[in-house]
Design a protein around this ligand. Structure first.
Ligand code: NAD
Length: 440
């Protein structure tokens, strides 16, 4: 067996090695970041070069162009992707995001993280992800519907309930999932509920899916607080992002855990209130205005100040690479619970670890979303629906078990929680690969 060769570090680990990353200081090409994380655990596990090569490659990278007639009559052409990383343990699963930053490397990194995430919580899915490069904030509802329908039509040969099952992610929601399900079903000639998850309740959606990612984050954050001897009631939490994950995390933290939400930020503004922000009122404000900006019950701070607030839990729930080597030295949280995917760069990870800050990695912390998506898919396939209590109890069982497995492994291996979660995820896939063998 040839062990994985560390010299590979000096080569660029992206689809397009010639491109060269030109992002802001301290940031990475996301695929390079995902590959570096994989490389580190493969080295630690003494995995062979062959295994590393198999694990870092993608089963399918599907790129489409999406021409849409805009409301003003002109035709605009968008780029869309659906990437399948690995389906050794089941069909592909992963969200669809609409954002001006979407590119094939980003979607691929997110697909790879989905593979490890599904393995960490032990659900029978592989990793996938999709996205369209567009700015939904500048598009009308009609344009977003046209975009969604044409994108779904273009990727319909590669998605399906037993093949690859999309879900919502940044800037997509239940309505977008309903349009995707409808478009796919029209092509199939019958209603196919299980083709996407995160749908509205009246269309085969699941109880508890809307809050699932946030609820899962709080389950693992509460476990971590217990380990560190921090009482949840009255503990302070700062949340970056006030969308699906961030808003529900704020509401649940306050209502179910008695935590004090002292800071919240979105793409427009960051807010601080040492006594705790009234998150119910903030949610009403955000629903009315599309942003938290302009809310009266807190003082305005900068985005950098938000991430540097002293608190028990910092929950990034916005986008990738928010905690970098530039601002990690300023973080004053005891626990960083990654609601977003990839919010911490590998360099920042090391800085936070050296400073004794406990990072609950994305592939564990935000796995509540895909877990309840799994429940939704199972319910759709059997056409029998569960109660919210049952869903939340099952989610708690899965998240708590995953937390404890990762925590115990981190203690045993004397490593941080991300390394432990990656070890668990990668080992599960490597074992599956060995058992299945190579076809033909
Ligand atoms: P969303 O579109 O509903 O909300 C995103 C929020 O982040 C918005 O409030 C937006 O204003 C804010 N934001 C965006 N860029 C920002 C920036 N640079 N600084 C500060 N705020 C910014 O998206 P979401 O579904 O809540 O997803 C958020 C993150 O969680 C993403 O990384 C996503 O991949 C991850 N995630 C989501 C789910 C899910 O079930 N929705 C599951 C797992 C992981």
């Amino acid at each position: 067996m040839t062990p994985v060769n560390s010299a590979i570090r000096s080569s660029r680990l992206t689809h397009d090695p010639g491109s060269g990353w030109q992002g802001p200081p301290g940031t990475f090409d996301l695929l390079e970041m995902a590959n570096l994380q994989l490389l580190e655990v493969c080295e630690r596990m003494n995995l062979s070069q062959d295994s590393f090569n198999m694990l870092r490659r993608f089963e399918r990278v599907f790129a489409v162009t999406i021409p849409i007639r805009m409301d003003n009559g002109h035709i605009e052409i968008f780029d869309g992707y659906r990437v399948l990383h690995n389906t050794l343990r089941g069909p592909g699963k992963g969200g669809i995001r609409y954002s001006p930053d979407v590119n094939v490397n980003e979607v691929s990194a997110l697909a790879m993280w989905m593979t490890w995430k599904c393995a960490v919580v032990d659900i029978p899915f592989g990793g996938a992800k999709g996205g369209v490069r567009c700015d939904p904030k500048k598009m009308s509802r009609n344009e977003i519907e046209q975009l969604t329908r044409r994108f779904t039509f273009e990727i319909s040969p590669v998605i399906g309930p037993t093949q690859d099952i999309p879900a919502p992610d940044m800037n997509t929601n239940e309505q977008v999932m309903a349009w995707m399900m409808d478009t796919y079903s029209m092509g199939a000639g019958r209603t196919v509920l299980g083709v996407v998850t995160g749908k509205p309740l009246t269309l085969g959606g699941s109880q508890g899916r809307r809050q699932a990612t946030a609820r899962g984050c709080l389950f693992v954050a509460a476990e971590a607080m217990e380990k560190l001897g921090i009482k949840t009631r009255g503990a302070s939490i700062v949340i970056q992002g006030f969308g699906n994950v961030g808003m529900h995390a704020a509401l649940l933290a306050a209502s179910e855990y008695g935590m004090k939400v002292i800071g919240i930020g979105d793409y427009r503004e960051s807010l601080y209130n040492a006594k705790g922000i009234d998150v119910e009122r903030l949610a009403v404000h955000a629903a009315e205005h599309g942003t938290i900006a302009g809310f009266a019950g807190a003082e305005i701070i900068t985005a950098d100040q938000l991430l540097a607030l002293e608190c028990d839990v910092l929950l990034p729930a916005a986008t990738a690479e928010q905690i970098t080597r530039m601002n990690a030295p300023a973080v004053r949280a005891k626990i960083v619970c990654e609601g977003a995917n990839g919010p911490t760069t590998p360099e920042a990870d090391k800085i936070l670890a050296d400073r004794g800050i406990l990072v609950l990695p994305d592939i564990l912390a935000n796995a509540g979303g895909v877990t309840v998506s799994y429940f939704e898919w199972v319910q759709d396939l059997q056409s029998f629906f569960w109660s919210e209590e049952h869903i939340n109890a099952q989610l708690k069982t899965i998240m708590t078990k995953a937390f404890r497995r990762v925590w115990d492994l981190a203690q045993k291996e004397k490593c941080d929680m991300r390394t432990a979660a990656m070890l668990l995820g990668v080992k599960t896939i490597a074992t599956a690969s060995e058992l299945r063998g190579l076809y033909p």
